[in-house]
Design a protein around this ligand. Structure first.
Ligand SMILES: [Zn+2]
Length: 426
């Protein structure tokens, strides 16, 4: 490990120079073409910032040294509370840019399915979930969705929000637009749903490092907030310290990747590729190439996986950056409380999982013991309860009562949670 640290230190100056060259090359290009995610510009600009690079190096070193293992062990779900600010143009709820609650809830569920490797056999389970806040910062009940008519913000209706570093493109001021609706960043992770992003981008997000505090979060266009879209899962990847898999390609070059843990995307199991290389890499013929082509952090169609290297980075980043405060937040009391108890409560033996909603639960219930099974949805609401009779094997017949989705199944004895399991109903 000492060798890695030495290499990191001795090459930091080189990296900064290299990044600067990249930035100058990039900034001389044109920006006319549509690209899905403005992080191409943001990250390239941020890599000019010494503090940002040092933060990244610290994370890479922590990851290499395998510190904070307790946060990375299997079975601990890191729960990130979110709030979605819909900055609409005055349309009725459910029309135009003022997308419905259900569309947002479906998109969050689809994002969680992508992050938890549900409905796919590719990649790894990140063991990170996002929950819509159930209480606002004042403690009032909330569904984690805030709606604001932003049509009066200068330039917003015509051009959309202008992110910092938009190189003079017209648009509404980023800070003013976000401060129009903005929750404390140690309480929730902020997501702004907008009509447009100046320059025609689909979304962008800031790393939890070196960014402007009031603008930290994800911005995404309203048309991309759908359960069938991977855009929200992708942007949240940036928000949790993941680069594009093609980071450093400067549009059409093979990213330098001699030291995979701090060049390219700083992840070693996602081989470098050019943005448009999605079936065959001209940069690296590694057997792992599909890790990049099929990756949620690529631009390739059919993207949908994360790798173990990305999981290690995210799970090193969350407890070691400003995101750590979110793990202590009470914004999602319902599902967060339940899921956090997984570390202490026993993992329940439930099968089949996934299922159509009918499960078998193996758990010893003694005579005269009051035992109840509860099904909790991603909003933290208890939607089903069933008392269990004494015995060791219990049949739960919920198929006609549950919609498709992820639920927390928890077993209570005498009102104390003694076991939990995430179950998937499809
Ligand atoms: Zn991106």
């Amino acid at each position: 490990m000492q060798t890695i640290k030495t290499i990191l230190n001795s090459l930091s100056v080189y990296l900064l120079l290299f990044s600067t060259v990249l930035f100058l090359l990039f900034s001389s290009n044109t920006y006319g073409q549509y690209l899905p995610c403005a992080n191409e510009i943001i990250q390239t600009a941020q890599l000019k910032d010494t503090a940002f690079v040092h933060h990244l190096m610290k994370l890479a070193t922590l990851q290499q040294n395998n510190t904070n293992a307790s946060q990375r062990i299997n079975g601990t779900i890191l729960e990130i509370p979110i709030v979605v600010h819909v900055l609409h143009l005055g349309e009725p709820v459910g029309t135009g840019t003022n997308i419905s609650d259900q569309q947002i809830i479906d998109a969050v569920q689809g994002t969680n399915e992508r992050w938890r490797k549900i409905n796919t056999t590719e990649g790894v389970d990140m063991e990170v979930e996002f929950c819509l806040a159930q209480f606002d910062p004042q403690g009032n009940p909330s569904n984690g969705i805030v709606r604001k008519d932003a049509s009066g913000i200068p330039n917003y209706r015509q051009y959309g929000i202008s992110y910092i570093g938009a190189f003079g493109q017209p648009g509404s001021d980023e800070i003013a637009t976000k401060d129009f609706s903005n929750w404390p960043h140690d309480y929730v992770f902020n997501i702004w749903v907008v009509n447009k992003i100046a320059g025609g981008w689909g979304g962008y997000a800031f790393f939890p490092l070196g960014g402007n505090y009031s603008t930290d979060g994800v911005v995404i266009i309203s048309s991309a907030v759908r359960d069938t879209s991977s855009t929200l899962a992708h942007e949240l990847g940036h928000g949790m310290s993941l680069f594009h898999t093609f980071q450093g390609d400067d549009g059409n070059f093979c990213p330098v990747n001699d030291f995979c843990f701090f060049q390219g995307d700083w992840i070693c199991d996602t081989p470098p590729h050019r943005q448009a290389d999605c079936a065959q890499s001209n940069c690296n013929n590694s057997a792992d190439s599909m890790n990049a082509f099929r990756n949620t952090m690529s631009y390739c169609s059919g993207r949908g996986l994360f790798t173990q290297g990305q999981k290690d980075r995210v799970r090193t980043s969350i407890p070691n950056t400003s995101r750590a405060a979110l793990l202590r937040s009470q914004a999602c009391t319902g599902i967060t409380t339940g899921i956090r108890q997984q570390t202490n409560a026993k993992q329940l033996d439930v099968y089949p999982n996934p299922s159509n909603g009918n499960f078998t639960l193996n758990a010893e219930i003694k005579p005269n013991e009051r035992a109840v099974v509860e099904m909790i949805n991603t909003l933290g609401q208890i939607i089903l309860q069933q008392e269990l009779s004494p015995g060791n094997t219990h049949t739960l017949t919920f198929s006609t009562k549950l919609a498709k989705g992820i639920y927390l199944l928890q077993l209570k004895k005498e009102d104390v949670v003694v076991g939990t399991s995430l179950v998937n109903v499809h």
